[in-house]
Ligand binder design. Structure first.
Ligand SMILES: Cc1cc2nc3c(=O)[nH]c(=O)nc-3n(C[C@H](O)[C@H](O)[C@H](O)COP(=O)(O)OP(=O)(O)OC[C@H]3O[C@@H](n4cnc5c(N)ncnc54)[C@H](O)[C@@H]3O)c2cc1C
Length: 439
């Protein structure tokens, strides 16, 4: 499936309940009543599809990138929240007990507490649910605790909204529309079961063990794993996987890391991990022999299906990890296309695999350029940030417009590099980037 059909498919699913409601041709109500029902139905559809968006399905994230998928998931959740919050305030039809002759609920809105209670539950839980996701980093609990809360909250909201819609919804009494809701609900539940039960079972069948953990730069470690039995996962250079170390395959404690070794290096897989929080601060104490599980590969920061007159790899800090895999794979394949690796760090001590990069930089088709923003007095290379000036200096620029640019690093660097490249005339289709944070 091509990525361009994903958005129309998404819109079709979220608009379908409105079309199915309109097709029923029920007796007219005030416009605001229908707007209220429409917003609630669109929000319900959006929230059910959220289960699919967060299910790590490669059909979706493999095409548009996991970071874009998750950003979309976050933005549409906020839209659904706005719709849900507005929903009860728009009705103009008075509340009251159902009238025997008013089967379509045209003259009175049913106040039955059993059906209203589930709607009120969703209405109260949803804002808190979205708020703890937006301000997750400010709250005093671990990322894994948030994941558990997110999972439980999502199920509570979906169940409450289903009950409310199917028992009280004016349009959802219709068999076509209630059938649509049941089908979408099954897809949502199926996605959840896949992500939390099926995928972990598949993971558990392919255990790895840590073979080495070593410090390779300031606050940066190399973790190598290899399969306990069978083949290592097949992946394309530049992809990442959720890695869990010393936990059950069902644990919520797993973190996304790019695979920094080349596919040619299988069965050994390597990761470059920077100390950045709960797990990564303790990564140096992980012992060889520790059991590891992988959920992956994911991501589309790869050369797959892309071409360019040359290949530019632009990395900031630990963003080097996926780009290293690409550079290593190109070397293993003897690829002769011009390759430039522009690698920025705050200090020289953060540069990983210095010797290997120096050796690569001496290959006829390869250039490796370092930029350091806080150089020591004896640093002989370029200084500053990876910005437009650095890009123009390294790439030229005229002849580099039709190169392929793969970019990975901190968010401000990504924004600056993407803006600079577009400003220099590189078509957006020639720029592929990946963010290491989903917010
Ligand atoms: C696609 C991708 C590839 C990445 N590749 C690398 C890499 O090669 N090397 C590297 O050092 N770092 C990489 N990261 C960042 C790395 O995942 C985080 O630094 C790490 O998860 C922090 O975990 P922690 O437990 O130490 O910190 P915590 O304090 O638990 O979390 C800090 C932040 O890390 C992020 N994070 C933590 N756990 C998860 C999770 N399960 N899923 C999504 N985000 C999470 C959240 O934004 C969280 O706020 C990558 C991130 C992504 C999204």
């Amino acid at each position: 499936m091509h990525s361009v059909i994903l958005l129309p498919a998404y819109l079709a699913i979220t608009v379908a309940p409105l079309v199915l409601a309109w097709m029923q041709d029920l007796p007219r109500r005030p416009v605001l009543d229908d707007l209220s029902s429409g917003l609630a139905m669109a929000a319900f559809a959006i929230l059910l599809v959220e289960f699919v968006l967060s299910g790590r399905f490669r059909t979706i994230s493999g095409r548009i990138g996991m970071d874009v998928t998750m950003r979309f998931h976050q933005l549409v959740a906020r839209t659904a929240l706005a719709f849900v919050l507005l929903h009860p305030f728009l009705y103009r039809t008075p509340f009251g007990p159902p009238l025997p002759w008013d089967v379509t609920g045209q003259s009175a809105l049913d106040l039955d507490i059993r059906a209203l209670a589930s709607g009120m539950l969703a209405w109260v839980v949803l804002p808190g649910f979205v708020a703890i996701s937006i301000w997750r980093d400010q709250l005093p609990y671990r990322y894994e605790t948030w994941r558990l809360l997110h999972l439980v909250g999502a199920v509570v909201i979906a169940v409450a909204m289903s009950h409310h819609t199917l028992t009280i919804g004016r349009y959802s009494a219709d068999p076509m529309l209630s059938g649509f809701w049941l089908a979408l609900l099954s897809v949502a539940i199926g996605s959840l079961v896949y992500a939390r039960v099926v995928a972990p079972i598949l993971k558990a069948r392919r255990p790895y063990r840590v073979v080495s953990v070593r410090k390779i730069a300031l606050k940066t470690w190399e973790v190598a794993i290899s399969p306990i039995r069978g083949q290592a996962h097949d992946f394309t250079a530049g992809q990442f996987a959720w890695l869990s170390l010393g936990r059950s395959a069902f644990s919520l404690a797993e973190n996304p890391f790019s695979i920094s070794s080349a596919p040619a290096g299988r069965p050994r897989l390597e990761f470059v991990i920077k100390e950045a929080g709960d797990l990564t601060d303790r990564i140096g104490s992980v012992r060889p022999g520790t059991v590891a599980y992988l959920d992956g590969p994911h991501g589309n920061l790869t050369l797959d299906g892309r071409t360019g007159a040359g290949i530019a790899l632009i990395a900031g800090g630990v963003g080097i990890a996926p780009l290293l895999a690409i550079a290593r794979q190109l070397e293993a394949e003897g690829d002769r296309r011009p390759l430039v690796l522009l690698y920025g760090n705050r200090v020289e001590e953060q540069i990983v695999y210095r010797d290997e990069l120096d050796r690569m930089g001496r290959l006829p088709s390869v250039r490796v350029e370092h930029v350091v923003s806080q150089p020591a007095p004896d640093w002989g290379g370029s200084t500053g940030w990876i910005d437009r000036a650095a890009i123009e200096r390294v790439f030229g620029f005229e002849g580099a417009r039709d190169w392929l640019y793969l970019v990975c690093g901190p968010a401000p660097m990504l924004d600056a590099v993407e803006d600079a490249l577009v400003g220099l005339g590189v078509p957006t289709g020639q720029i592929v980037s990946e963010r290491f944070r989903y917010d």
